[in-house]
Ligand binder design. Sequence first.
Ligand SMILES: [Zn+2]
Length: 818
Amino acid sequence: MKLRIFILLFVFGLMVSYGQEAPELNTTYRSENEKINNLVHTKLDVKFDFENRYLLGEAWITLEPHFYNVQDLTLDAKAMLIHKVSRDGKDLKYEYDGNKLTIDLANIYAKGDKYTIYIKYTARPEEVEQEGSVAISDAKGLYFIDHDGSDPDKPTQIWTQGETESSSCWFPTIDSPNQKSTQEISITVPDKYVTLSNGLLETQTENEDGTRTDYWKMDQKHAPYLFFMGVGEFSIVKDKWKDIEVDYYVEEEYEPYAMDIFGLTPEMIQFFSDYTGVEYVWQKYAQMVGRDYISGAMENTTAVLHGEMAYQLPGDLIDENTWESVIAHELFHHWFGDLVTTESWSNITVNESFANYSEYLWFEYKYGKDFADDHWYDQVQGYFNSGSETKDLVRFYYETREDMFDQVSYNKGGAVLHMLRNFVGDEAFKAGLELYLKDNMYGTGEAHELRIALEEVSGKDLNWFFNQWYFGSGHPKLDLSYIYSEEANMVTVKVKQSQENVFEFPLEIEVYEGESPKTYNVWVSKKEEAFSFKYTKKPKWVNVGASKTLLAEITDHKSTENYVYQYTHGKKYLDRREAIEGLAAGDQGNEIAFETLTAALSDPFYGLRILAIDKIDISMANAKNAIKIIEKIAENDEKTLVQAAAISKLAILQNTKYVYVFKQALQSKSNSVKGNALSALYEIDKEAAMSYVNSITNEEEIEGMKSALIPIYIKDKTEAQMPFVADNLIMGMFFTEDKETQNIYKEGFQWVAPSDNEEATQNLVDSFVQVGKQYKQFGADKMARQVLQQILTLKEESSYANKDVLIKIVQGGLQKMN
Ligand SMILES: [Zn+2]
């Protein structure tokens, strides 16, 4: 699973934290579930009652005892109506409490005996009450989108979400990740819909009542949480890897762009097959984009579901495909997660940390090390900012299993794998993964099995590493300082750890006396340590942690000269990044520092060009040359994102000589270039900006430039666009970390909320109702109710002619919140 809501929830959490009680520390040991009966095969026959949002199902579940004899069977079946339970045509006695179905088998089965239970049932996803699967919604397992076709803006769709334990909302099963089953599903739908499930579509049968039955078959066993069904009107864009079908299920309007969004998938399958030494084992690979999906994406075996954020138009794709990492992530789960599955949620690292790290591996292969390291940097910052230093990566005490899907299991776990790879070396790392996969394929894994595989391959003991990084928490917080002794010709590097638990780790130290360094490998294991190195000429730079793989927060004490040397001689992304940040934070009036920052504007890696543009102070007296370079970049950097950053930088100068540049930029194909140019133009030539704004009528263009247009509509108080603004306010108010954006959107709220615009009021109310409901468990419902009440008061106190209509709209929203 890929959660795309970390930031959102972080910001949102701040907004609504008053509604939250601190969770009590859980003291229940979360073990692997005991295996008594094992799933063998699951055969389902399902159709849908759209009106009631029911699934009418028949299930044939084949099982066998794990080891000991069994006389009864307990299945998970949430909020169902059970109509019949039988075996070989004979009814069986059962008890059902709305959650567990306990069946008296009327027989004793021994290990090796297989038996099949038939169950006729109705699944009622709307009745399910359980711990949320994806943290932002009640976990219903089966979701009907616009089930009655009443929403003109939404197509009718059905999709499922099994992880963590929600497949048992739509079929009876043993809903545990340490179970595996082959499957057959017959799905009956109105003929206009296509279906997607795991495995291969074997047959399609037209029925007399205008429905069609699609029969999907999956011969390779996988865990119940990976079972999937998707139904709706989709275009299927066909791709291929070797002789394996690779399909993209998108809504018709995105059909022309499906290849631009997903088209690298076959190359990814090849790359991950090569990297792991295990060729993609499954029979097909399909990806579907679903409406109102509750997470980022989900690795349902051979049938991945993506959220709408996957949809991008050419104007966005030219900047970057922001979904590429997710596409890689879900695909890599087909090795780590689907083929070898975590035995319990406590060990989810063996799924999610690998999927997270696959994003790095793909980027490194496809776009080079700088690009991958840039991604690593963001991931690590995400973990640092998450405040999760007390959480072990493998965690046996958690509050809810959903808590495991956090920045520790994902971001930190990915960074831990990166360190592990650096420690054992590339070849041993790959061989270790291959061994782990081959030893456990179609089965389960836990962190110890990964350790054992890597130990076997490398010959190294890795307990110290795993105890510290997998079964422990936190990370080193280092303070680095340097003492140069001119008499002794010696530099001493002091390494101080300020966090509570002392970490041990290898550290590469490069001492640059001339152009090439001398490298020393030391082992850090104490709270305070010093390492001394002789030199003949005083070093210009001592590069501590030269591999740049250590997961640590580092406070460094370097001089401007050190940073200048580091920027020009550092080979790695992080060397250059640190230098740019160090120089920018220091005295930019220093000539050599500023020259180096100016040079960084032309860094070979575009991400660092953007960083340099952001950081350099162009109000400095000596900035002429830098400004010239930024002007050039604004017009023709090969990366549109860099161009866009340069345009925003020039905007700071408020110089009318750039009107031409910004107007030119409005002709760009890139939404980021156009958007930033429009914002910049608005600051120096409102009339020109507004005439451009008013010329846009193309909906696609408005959507693409939304983030530039809305602040302008708000500042300009463009009445005609008030409904559009109202529709988007909540995003800018709560779902961004940028204070300036928040303020503009809040200003927008102050404009819309007291207005007499009915459509805008409706949109505003609707958006708060939706978010309030969707993020209920974070207290958003309370917040939404408060805001709606506030809007109501404003309308009540007004003297508008349509006051009554406005009041009704808000009251309608408040009612929906109850
Ligand atoms: Zn994932």
